[in-house]
Design a protein around this ligand. Structure first.
Ligand code: SF4
Length: 540
């Protein structure tokens, strides 16, 4: 196996024996094979689209299959043969539709592959189409090609979340197919790959816009909401991942059953959505970010549902954890079709919390609607010199000790500055009491990583109000990355021309020195250094 798609990759270079995430060589090979046949499917889908044929089943399958290969989604090798077979069936259906229209096309080997019939043989096939096996001889082209592939994984995640709530746009699917098909090509220049990477950023903005419309259209715009960090005496279900519809289903199905529902990790911002917070038994938030789940889940006295990434190897709590949707872990019970009866039954078997406990609270719900609702006060505070600068300290959390940078950075941000945050990186400082500036909280939680669109809209609106570009705002972006959704967001920021981003805790292993130089020269991207040095450089 060889995988270097995430920040925790072994030795900062690549996982080649076992994934640091727990991905086995067998699952890695099956994921490589799935991605390869999806690239082939994409080439056929692109040709079909050009001939006026679009197939929604293919579109939705494409984003689901690609999302399945994102870090910490599906570790269950047994789920991949079915996905590979379905991919090939959809591919052949589209080829037949093309033939029926009299369109004759020659496709890449990826679009002709016949999958083997058993798991070991499939894994062997996967080993022949992995990152290293198909690497471009030009290291910089390879770097950008993988950047595009990983960016598309992020786009697929957002597009899948959006379609679950009924928001789709064929232009997004078309672009996903075009970009995936491009990764099979050997005739593109470095400049072409830069263009494709920025195209990936642009389509990601569209996918995030769809997701924003899906979430706010279904559950209302988030409103500032105080979320307890403690618990109530009684039976309990913990919902982790990112999926709002699964949470809603759990809330509906547990009504009147004496069970309190808690969020974990990236589900925290769900407490701000009017139609979710309306459930009386939707109590509070438990724990912190994904990388702490093994300790936190082991101590949770109820059932646990993992709706999307990021699952880790379950310990003794394996009988208590359930997966749904695209998530998989071998041996963990998988819930299908939104019927969470087994999760509820397990929660009722388990002891639950024996007493009420107050552990304080945090505020969520500062999405674009809430923040822009107080824009005049924010603008006045900036003009009056009461707010000197905004810092968007956002992105993923992870296990590396270097991530303490973000805690220290926020602690050291001067009292006349406001911190905006989103995604699970916030758990490094989410419970700090930073106070307010004239009634404007100094720590504003915009939401999940899936809400990066909201942050972009806030920045664009502020730039409009100040009659300047986003790069001219008193705003600094201090970002942390871990997996491929962060790659997609970074490409979106670059496509929007955003400069001066500070990125940590380490730079992606798949970025070559030449590609990094390009990013520095054109976008002034910088790796984080120390909080003191970076704050000094920003504030002078
Ligand atoms: S997803 Fe990350 S940790 Fe897992 S195998 Fe790939 S690079 Fe390694």
């Amino acid at each position: 196996m060889f995988c270097y798609q995430c920040e925790q990759t072994a030795k900062g270079q690549g996982c080649d024996k076992l994934g640091v995430c727990g991905k086995t060589p067998e699952t890695a090979a099956l994921q490589d094979l799935l991605l390869y046949v999806v690239k082939g499917l994409s080439q056929v889908a692109q040709a079909a689209r050009e001939a006026g044929i679009t197939d929604r089943e293919t579109n939705v399958f494409t984003v689901q299959a690609v999302f399945s290969t994102l870090t910490n989604v599906n570790f269950d090798a047994g789920r991949f043969p079915g996905l590979i077979d379905r991919c090939v069936a959809l591919r052949e259906k589209l080829k037949a539709a093309l033939a029926a229209k009299g369109v004759a096309k020659t496709f890449d080997k990826a679009a002709e592959l016949i999958p083997a019939r058993d798991l070991a043989a499939l894994a062997a096939q996967g080993e022949t189409v992995g990152v290293k096996a198909l690497a471009d001889p030009d290291a910089d082209i390879q770097s950008l090609k993988e950047t595009v592939a990983y960016g598309v994984k992020g786009v697929a995640a957002y597009a899948d979340h959006a379609q679950i709530l009924g928001q789709e746009d064929d232009a997004v699917y078309a672009e996903v197919h075009r970009l995936l098909a491009a990764t099979l090509r050997r005739d593109l220049s470095l400049g072409d790959w830069v263009t494709l990477a920025l195209d990936c950023g642009r389509v990601n903005l569209k996918a995030m816009e769809l997701l924003d419309a899906a979430n706010t259209g279904t559950y209302g715009h988030p409103v500032p909401t105080e979320v307890p960090l403690g618990h109530r005496k009684g039976k309990a279900i913990l919902v982790s991942g990112h999926d709002l519809r699964d949470l809603e289903a759990i809330l509906k199905q547990t009504e009147g059953k004496g069970i309190f529902v808690y969020t974990h990790g990236e589900m925290l911002p769900c407490h701000g959505y009017p139609k979710l917070k309306a459930y009386k038994h939707f109590h509070g938030h438990y724990g912190t970010a994904w990388q702490n789940q093994q300790k936190e889940f082991a101590a949770f006295p109820g059932a646990i549902l993992m709706t999307t990434n990021c699952i880790q190897k379950p310990g003794a709590y394996l009988p208590n954890i359930f997966t749904t949707g695209l998530v998989g872990w071998p041996g963990a019970s998988h819930v299908k079709n939104g019927d969470f009866g087994p999760v509820i039954a397990r929660a009722l078997e388990l002891p639950g919390f024996s007493e009420d406990q107050d552990k304080g609270s945090v505020m969520v719900g500062f999405g674009r609607n809430a923040v822009l609702g107080v824009a005049p006060a924010v603008i006045d505070a900036v003009k009056a010199g009461k707010i000197r600068r905004f810092f968007l300290v956002a992105g993923c959390d992870g296990a590396k000790p270097g991530r303490n940078y973000y805690t220290e950075f926020v602690e050291k941000v001067p009292a006349d500055c406001v911190v905006l945050t989103l995604a699970c990186g916030k758990f490094r400082f989410f419970d700090q009491k930073l106070g307010d500036i004239g009634g404007i909280p100094r720590l504003l939680d915009i939401g999940q990583c899936n809400d990066a669109y909201s942050a972009i809209q806030i920045a664009v609106a502020l730039a409009g109000a100040f009659n300047c570009g986003v790069n001219d705002l008193p705003l600094s972006l201090v970002l942390s990355w871990y997996e491929q959704k962060a790659v997609a967001i970074l490409l979106t920021l670059l496509a929007l021309g955003i400069r001066d981003i500070r990125l940590g805790p380490s730079l992606p292993a798949f970025i070559t020195p030449n590609v990094l130089k390009f990013l520095v020269d054109n976008y002034n991207i910088k790796p984080i250094t120390t909080p003191d040095e970076d704050l000094k450089a920003i504030l002078g």
